[in-house]
Design a protein around this ligand. Structure first.
Ligand code: AMP
Length: 598
């Protein structure tokens, strides 16, 4: 029942394999409760005696214990923990301590979380199991997708994927993003071989290390293989929107390269240049067809460009939920008739759930928990009475329950115990049980739990901000404007403190309209603490700062310069980072103050 067994068990990408993986998942999901108990047993037996567990189990002999008894003992002895609790242990591993600290297996690789949500990259253990589960969830999801949207064997995927730089820690361990490790792993090649779908770009493009050059080559090669492209994909939807924003600027240059079989001088990385030049050859006929489509599409603001350039593509595939939701509108604009399939739910800490209903719109997608990947616990969250009007925060927590005891409609914070050495680790994500697939829950991703905007007694999360910005941007689009990206900051240096929201927009809109957007956003924060503080002026009027075009590219460049990878990038929705705030404030061209509470 373990992930690796299925991964290695069959060679072909045909119906047999798909049948096999789907029936494997049916079986583990039917017996989810038992599989979870066994999974915990496996994790604890594999890592028996490691320093972290010894702290709680002492010299207790768990090997002879019955799996159910071990499950209850585990929950009673090992405390819930956060990343901060694991940090000193992970740091020792990074510094070269090879003692069995978290796992019995020596950890040689560490992953960096995107860190764009919390503003700080976290180090986490990465093992072979991590790549194997990535391959496993990819193939499982692909099997379900192919039932609804079958794709041609030997087709290609236009994948906007990017690796980050891999660094060496003080102790000589390799550190990079989890996706970077995966692209470099044997499993990534196995995935291509077994699913008989190949990415358009060679490794030199994915591993180039300069996202602008990689994006140019991804687009160029995607167009060269236009008739073979069966789907367009990325890890997070942001990368696709970002790639097409570049395409709007660079299409003429790309066409000229296709026409002459040359490569723009903007590609300066020698290995990337060579790899791409080895693939391309002059194709004036294709270039003029693409040019004609682009000229026409440009006039309609690139509406529906994706299916026009890739008429054989069956769908667009990427994470479109959570903090990616603000990019859905733009993605729909580019993709129009092409279905948008929202990808699976995971984190650097571990994979969580798979989307088994690919035909559902991204807004309705749920993730079925894979009970062999980790041991999952769920902290029930109940809204506090006075916060019933608030969309999110002010929760009372109950005791964590195992997967088998979750209830439909209940919200929970997820807790993971992983094969990579995290024990009762609070992920910080809030999910809702939206249904069941056999015995395993189907989760709705709600939001990340931490507060991002708070001045005094107010509490607003990323989701609250997203809702408020969504309302404001509805007003903007009514008047022909488009919100490109946004972030925020709680300004507390001057009294009274207030929220600042930074918007990059496209299109000409009157100042009156932007003033209205500002007021609408202020009135949309319904958190009780915020409303009371605004009424008494202990929080000042919300300030909307319009930044010049290209500002969020500067924000992206700042993060990439600090080791983030485009593929895992999420625009920070709130920041206290001085450098980032300097960029944002220098680029602010207009400011508006809300009159919503005047
Ligand atoms: P990272 O820290 O870079 O590994 O990002 C992991 C976080 O991204 C998760 O904890 C979630 O908050 C978010 N995330 C990942 N997958 C999804 C998804 N399918 N839908 C919504 N949010 C997601």
């Amino acid at each position: 029942m373990e992930a690796a067994q299925v991964v290695n068990s069959n060679g072909n990408a045909d119906g047999d394999y798909q049948y096999e993986i789907i029936s494997w998942f049916d079986s583990v999901s039917k017996n989810a409760a038992m599989v979870q108990t066994e999974t915990l047993g496996q994790i604890l037996h594999l890592n028996y005696g490691v320093e972290y567990l010894k702290k709680w189990f002492g010299d207790m002999k768990i090997q002879d214990m019955d799996a159910c008894a071990l499950e209850s003992l585990y929950a009673s002895l090992v405390p819930l923990a956060s990343h901060a609790d694991f940090e000193p242990f992970i740091q020792r591993i990074a510094d070269g301590d090879t003692a069995p600290i978290l796992t019995q297996q020596t950890i040689t690789t560490l992953s960096l979380s995107s860190g764009t949500t919390e503003g700080r990259q976290k180090l986490l253990p990465f093992t072979r199991h991590s790549s194997q589960t990535t391959l496993q969830i990819y193939r499982l999801a692909a099997a379900y997708r192919s039932r609804v949207y079958p794709i041609r064997e030997d087709g290609r995927i236009l994948e906007f994927i990017y690796s980050s730089k891999r660094l060496k820690t003080k102790g000589g361990l390799t550190a990079g993003t989890a996706t970077t490790h995966y692209y470099a792993s044997e499993e990534f090649n196995i995935k291509q071989e077994k699913t008989k779908s190949f990415t358009c770009s060679p490794q030199e493009v994915i591993f180039g290390g300069d996202y602008k050059q990689s994006t140019y080559c991804h687009l160029l090669l995607g167009l060269l293989f236009w008739d073979e492209v069966e789907l367009i994909a990325s890890t997070f939807a942001y990368s696709i929107v970002q790639a097409f924003a570049s395409f709007e600027e660079q299409w003429e240059e790309i066409c000229s390269d296709i026409k002459d079989g040359t490569l723009s001088s903007r590609i300066t990385l020698p290995r990337m240049r060579k790899a791409v030049l080895d693939i391309i050859s002059p194709n004036p006929c294709l270039a003029s067809q693409i040019e004609a489509i682009c000229r026409d599409s440009k006039a309609s603001n690139w509406y529906g460009i994706v299916p026009r350039l890739w008429p054989n593509a069956k769908y667009v595939y990427s994470i479109m939920t959570g903090s990616m939701q603000p990019y859905l509108k733009k993605l729909r604009h580019y993709a129009v008739s092409l279905p948008l399939v929202s990808a699976d739910y995971g984190s650097t800490e571990g994979w969580i759930g798979v989307n088994l209903d690919p035909c559902l719109p991204p807004e309705d997608v749920t993730f079925s928990v894979i009970p062999t990947f980790s041991y999952f616990e769920f902290i029930p969250l109940y809204k506090k009475k006075q916060d019933l009007t608030s969309s999110t925060v002010g929760y009372i927590e109950d005791e964590p329950v195992p997967l088998s005891q979750v209830k439909l409609g209940q919200e929970y914070e997820l807790v993971l115990t992983t094969f990579t050495g995290l024990y009762r680790y609070r992920l910080g994500d809030v999910v809702e049980v939206a249904g069941f697939h056999n015995g395993t829950p189907k989760l709705n991703f709600i939001f990340r739990r931490e507060l991002i905007l708070t001045v005094n007694i107010d509490k607003n999360t990323e989701n609250d901000l997203q809702l408020a910005v969504g309302r404001g941007s509805e007003v903007l689009s009514k008047y022909g404007g488009e919100l490109v990206d946004f972030t925020s900051h709680a300004e507390v240096m001057h009294q009274p403190g207030h929220y600042m929201i930074y918007w990059e927009i496209k299109g000409e809109v009157e100042e009156r309209v932007l003033g209205e957007c500002c007021g609408v956003m202020d009135a949309s924060f319904v958190d009780h603490g915020y409303v009371v503080s605004r009424r008494t002026n202990s929080i000042g009027p919300l300030e909307l700062c319009i930044v010049e075009t290209g500002t969020f590219n500067k924000v992206l460049d700042y993060f990439i310069g600090n080791g983030a990878a485009l593929g895992q990038f999420k625009t920070p929705r709130c920041t206290n980072n001085h450098i980032l705030l300097r960029i944002l404030n220098l680029c602010t061209i207009k400011r508006f103050h809300s009159t919503a509470y005047n």
